[in-house]
Design a protein around this ligand. Sequence first.
Ligand SMILES: O=C(O)CCC(=O)C(=O)O
Ligand SMILES: [Fe+2]
Length: 346
Amino acid sequence: MVKFIKDKLRRPYHLLRHSISAKPTLNFDYDTLPLIDKDVSIDEVLKRFDVPTDTPYNIKEKLEFWRENGYVVLENVLPKNWLDMFWDEVEDTIENHDKHTATGLVYQFNNQKATPLKNIPKELLKGIGARINDYHNTSIAAKRIMTHRHIVTFLKAALAPEITAFQSLVFKYSSQQPTHQDFPWVTSSIPSHLAAAWIPCEDVHADSGPLFYYPGSHKIPKFNFGRTGMLYKDGVSLFNPVQFSEYLDKTCKEHGIEKKVLLIKKGDILIWHGGLAHGGSVINNPEMTRKSFVCHYSTVEAQPKHRYEFEKNSSETSYYNGVAIYKDPTNPTGEDVVTGGRDWVE
Ligand SMILES: O=C(O)CCC(=O)C(=O)O
Ligand SMILES: [Fe+2]
């Protein structure tokens, strides 16, 4: 009985405390910010590494745009045949899901509880609401795409010269995810050390539920989740992702920021700042796929090992174009089982 009353009162008690307590610091620690987010010149940022001479975009212009807007689009930077071969592997993995220990999430099936692909019905994996987690641990092609040199050049400038590709998601259809920023969820020891790449495996159609985003929203005041500050912890935070999403839509509107929709083509990519507000639009035409590979990056300083490694201080690591990729300690036999990308030449 006492426990029942305690449980009932816990949330109102914390909400009341939240409303009367002083606001915690709701910002990234300035000292640990990536250099580009500090008050330094772009030349200073670029001093730390050599920009390859065959880089097909103007890195200075892109970095200036990034500072202001929290994203960049790099056009025609990835080989289209790589993306086609990669997607064939994804389809083959789904077709032969009974052989795969990589995990997936399917809306209204296992929701937030990652489940091995072999335990998810194939029809669900093929449908709207499905995603494959960390496919880069399974596939060499995925590793090679997410660390393509033209992506790496930009990330070295936007984060730091030593980077890791540490999380990824494959979507066949729009996630239809409400507005969010990634840093409250995709956390490393330094929350500001986060960027993501959105890599389409086909040209994006307006009715397929394109990614949407709010330019410049990486600079708006951060949401307070209550008890956990600007980071989110399921079961501990006082406010939930729906309230977060409403806050972001409202605050962007108040700042005069208009929502943009991403209609890029196969070979192009979007790279976004960990603080950019974004989401997946609603699918207008359920026949339309929106094949994409979403990759999250951090610095080796902030994420020195696999995020599921809790016992050791390090992880088995492979390097692709100098980017650290950690082997998944929870699925060691699933590493690199799809090998097609091994022989790729550009
Ligand atoms: O591709 C999408 O619809 C959203 C993906 C996303 O927001 C993420 O993975 O962080
Ligand atoms: Fe996201």
